[in-house]
Design a protein around this ligand. Structure first.
Ligand code: ATP
Length: 369
C-alpha cells in the first residue's frame, strides 16, 4: 500500500475555501485508486491562531511538519495581523528551514482561457525562482527611527552555492522535460555585486554542465517586455527571489490570472517536505463569498502528487482542469463566469470520476484489470 502523509495548512481568507476543493479532488483519487492512501492532517495555523496564541504556529511547528511527506498550503494574510508576521512567522520559516530553495511556477495557456495579450496563445514556460536567499534574506536594519536622519539598509545575500543549486534544478528540469533553452533574469549592470555573481555562476553551470541547453541572459526590464511581446520564446526561466516573484505574477497575468496559477516550494534533495501552494494570497476582497477560483489550489495539489512520484495522478488532475475549462460550462467570476468555488471543485472532481469510468470500461472491453 502506497501511503502519503500530508500536512494541510489552509491558512486565511480564500485559502480556507479553495483548500476544501483540493481536498475533495484528492479524496476522489483515494476512492478510486487501489493500494493508495492519503493520511491527511489539518493544521489551523493562520491569523486567528495568531490572535489566540500570539504566534503563527506552535513552537515545535516545524518539527511536527518535518515528519510529513508534503505540505499543501492555502494562503495567508489578514488585515488584523501585519504581513511581516504572517509571512515571516509561517511561510518563510517553512521555506527556509526546509531548504525549499526551488520555487517552481508553471505558466501555461489553458484551454478556454483567453490571454489579455493579443498574441497570448501557446504559452508554456516554467519559472525557477530562487526561494531561500537573495533579496528576501531579511538582513539589514533601521537607524534613527522617526528622525529626519532615519535610514534603512536591506542586504541582498547571494551565495555561489545558492545560485548553483537553483540553476542546476532549472537545467535538470529542462533536460528531463525535453526543453531546450534556459533564460536567466538579471540586472547586473545596475546591481553590480550580487547580480554579477549571479551572472557568472548561472552561466557557468548551464554552459559547463548542461552544454546541450541553449543559454541566454536578459536584463529584467527587457525581460518583462519580452514576456508581454513574445512569451512563447521562453521555456525555462531562472531568476532570483525578487525577480522570480515579479515574473511569476506577470506570467500568471498573461495566461488568465491568479486563480489559475499553482506553485511548488521544493527541497530537491528530499531531506525535508516540500510545500505546494497557489501563487495568489488570501484575497480579502472576495474571502467568505464562496466565489474564489480553486484551480490554482487544485493544480498545486497536482504538482504535489507529481513530486510524490505519482505523475499519473497529477496528469489526471490537470486533464480534468483542462476539460472543465474547455467545456466552459462551469466558470468562476475571475475568468468570466458565475460559478461558485464549490461548483468548480465539483466539476473537476466529476471529470476525474469520468476518467476512472472510462479506464474501467476500457479494461473490461480489453479484458485487463
Ligand atoms: P494577500 O494580502 O493575502 O496577498 P492580496 O489581495 O494582496 O492578498 P491576492 O490574494 O493575491 O492578493 O489577490 C489579488 C487579486 O486577485 C484580488 O483582487 C483577488 O480577489 C484576486 N484573486 C486572487 N486569487 C483569486 C482566486 N483564486 N480566485 C479569484 N480571484 C482571485
Amino acid at each position: 500500500m502506497a501511503e502519503y502523509n500530508l500536512a494541510i495548512i489552509a491558512g486565511d481568507g480564500i485559502g480556507i475555501e479553495v483548500m476544501e476543493e483540493a481536498l475533495k479532488v484528492l479524496s476522489v483519487l483515494e476512492e478510486h485508486e487501489n493500494d493508495f492512501k492519503l493520511n491527511i492532517e489539518k493544521f489551523p495555523w493562520n491569523s486567528d491562531y495568531y490572535l489566540a496564541h500570539g504566534r503563527m504556529m506552535p513552537e515545535d511547528g516545524l518539527e511536527t511538519l518535518r515528519n510529513f511527506d508534503a505540505i499543501l498550503f492555502g494562503a495567508i494574510g489578514d488585515v488584523r495581523v501585519p504581513d511581516n508576521v504572517t509571512v515571516w512567522e509561517l511561510i518563510m520559516p517553512i521555506r527556509k528551514q526546509f531548504q525549499q530553495y526551488v520555487n517552481f511556477r508553471p505558466v501555461k495557456t489553458l484551454p478556454g482561457i483567453s490571454s489579455p495579450l493579443r498574441n497570448g496563445e501557446n504559452i508554456d514556460l516554467v519559472i525557477f525562482r530562487e526561494n531561500s536567499e537573495g533579496e528576501y534574506s531579511d538582513s539589514g536594519g533601521r537607524l534613527f527611527e522617526s528622525q529626519s536622519t532615519e535610514l534603512a539598509v536591506q542586504n541582498t545575500i547571494m551565495t555561489r552555492a545558492g545560485i548553483e543549486k537553483i540553476t542546476r534544478a532549472a537545467c535538470e528540469y529542462a533536460v528531463s522535460t525535453g526543453r531546450k533553452k534556459v533564460t536567466s533574469a538579471t540586472k547586473s549592470n545596475a546591481v553590480t555585486h550580487a547580480l554579477k555573481l549571479w551572472d557568472e555562476h548561472v552561466k557557468r553551470v548551464v554552459t559547463e554542465e548542461f552544454s546541450e541547453l541553449e543559454f541566454e541572459s536578459n536584463y529584467i526590464d527587457a525581460l518583462v517586455a519580452y514576456f508581454v511581446q513574445r512569451p512563447q520564446s521562453f521555456e525555462v526561466v531562472v531568476a532570483s527571489n525578487l525577480f522570480g516573484d515579479i515574473l511569476s505574477d506577470l506570467g500568471s497575468g498573461i495566461v488568465g490570472g491568479l486563480g489559475l496559477s499553482p506553485s511548488a516550494n521544493i527541497n530537491p534533495e528530499r531531506n525535508y517536505p516540500s510545500m505546494f501552494e497557489p501563487v495568489h494570497g488570501s484575497a480579502p476582497d472576495i474571502a467568505g463569498k464562496g466565489i474564489a477560483n480553486p484551480i490554482a489550489q487544485i493544480w498545486s495539489a497536482a504538482l504535489m502528487m507529481e513530486h510524490l512520484g505519482r505523475r499519473d495522478l497529477s496528469l489526471k488532475i490537470v486533464q480534468a482542469i483542462e476539460e472543465v475549462l474547455f467545456e466552459k460550462k462551469v466558470i468562476t467570476a475571475d475568468i468570466g463566469g458565475n460559478a461558485t468555488t464549490s461548483q468548480m471543485g465539483s466539476a473537476i472532481m466529476e471529470k476525474i470520476k469520468e476518467q476512472y469510468i472510462t479506464e474501467k470500461m476500457g479494461s473490461l472491453i480489453h479484458g485487463t484489470n
